[in-house]
Ligand binder design. Structure first.
Ligand SMILES: Cc1cc2nc3c(=O)[nH]c(=O)nc-3n(C[C@H](O)[C@H](O)[C@H](O)COP(=O)(O)OP(=O)(O)OC[C@H]3O[C@@H](n4cnc5c(N)ncnc54)[C@H](O)[C@@H]3O)c2cc1C
Length: 311
């Protein structure tokens, strides 16, 4: 659909500061890669989100959610339709607590590290291993973020979702199928908020664990360079990073995309990288690992968008 048509649909004075057109996605991803989204929507509250949803559905405009943009690779042609950012949905609060557990409410746009810091400062455990993982609560639930044996699913009680029809539904954590860095939540569903359960623990112990995990992460991962975290999932019982390293791929480069020499499963944007070079490097690394070890690597990052603006 032409930009002008999209502007007509969204220029009813309803969404003034909440919608941008042809917005470069490289401004919204940790990789600093990605062509323009036809529409980039940042609803300020639920009623605005509902109105946008009605508008998008009525006009058959596809849409997809984004959190912190720390686990996605957007193709160079950008994204057709609307990208919905819930960055304004950041309310958190304590729902209840007893001698053993604290139950928290967090909207989807809340930074995951805010919950980790809360657990550290107040002596509640369950989420320590997620220390240092960038992005939002919504993104962490969608991809079941995890590290050091901890996973997002383990602290979830329930998730509030807006489905493709715009209906708001509540799912208990047990009703969602979580796998390794995946969930059964579909790409057209918007996670709005979650209830999180943390266990009372010794403050010093929780704090020491968080600091220790953070130190390990800083030692092993190039956190200061633009990346999207691990590019490939770990195959069962194996480390993707180790396989890539042993296949001789550390330091390999196509255009401005480089396999990190610190952690081989991190690909770095060394300057003006584009998505097509990133994907070519992924294919080449996967080919070498397959040739050397017979193991097929599967992407962990979510690759979205179109190859060029007209397609
Ligand atoms: C330096 C670095 C280190 C990292 N370390 C780890 C690690 O140790 N472990 C780990 O698991 N990951 C790690 N990651 C990857 C990433 O940070 C996590 O996957 C994170 O949970 C993604 O959250 P996000 O908000 O940025 O999601 P995004 O990248 O914005 O989105 C990821 C996916 O989630 C969907 N999504 C986002 N928000 C919503 C929502 N509200 N409703 C529905 N769907 C939604 C998007 O549509 C997309 O498909 C790392 C990344 C970086 C850059």
């Amino acid at each position: 659909m032409e930009t002008q048509n999209l502007k007509d649909i969204f220029s009813e004075g309803l969404f003034e500061d909440e919608v941008r057109f042809m917005e470069p996605m490289k401004n919204h991803t940790s990789l600093k890669i990605g062509g323009p989204a036809d529409i980039f929507a940042m609803p300020q509250d639920l009623s605005s989100l509902k109105n946008m949803h009605i508008n998008l559905k009525r006009n058959k405009i596809p849409f997809s959610p984004i959190g912190g943009g720390t686990n996605i690779l957007v193709r160079d042609g950008g994204i057709e339709g609307a990208v919905i950012s819930l960055r304004s949905f950041r309310r958190t609060g304590v729902l209840s607590k007893d001698n053993e557990y604290m139950y928290l409410f967090a909207e989807a746009g809340t930074l995951l590290q805010r919950i980790v810091n809360f657990s550290k400062e107040n002596g509640y455990s369950g989420i320590e291993g997620l220390a240092g993982i960038p992005g939002t609560v919504g993104g962490a639930i969608f991809g079941n973020a995890g590290a050091f044996g901890y996973e997002m699913k383990d602290v979830l009680v329930s998730v509030e979702v807006m489905d493709i029809e715009g209906r708001i539904k509540m799912f208990k954590a047990e009703e969602i199928n979580f796998g390794h860095r995946s969930s059964s939540i579909s790409r057209n569903e918007l996670i709005l908020a979650a209830e999180i359960k943390l266990k009372k623990d010794e403050k010093e112990e929780v704090s020491a664990k968080v600091d220790d995990f953070l130190r390990k992460k800083r030692e092993k991962q190039p956190l200061w360079e633009p990346s999207a975290g691990c590019v490939f999932k770990n195959p069962a019982g194996l480390s993707a990073g180790k396989l890539i390293d042993e296949a001789g791929c550390k330091g390999m480069r196509i255009g401005d995309v480089e396999v990190s020499s610190i952690h081989a499963n991190f690909f770095i944007n060394k300057g003006k990288a584009n998505a097509s070079d990133f994907i070519r490097l992924m294919e080449e690394v996967a080919r070498r690992v397959k040739e050397r070890f017979g193991v097929v690597l599967e992407p962990e990052i979510k690759i979205v968008g179109r190859d060029n603006v007209n397609g």
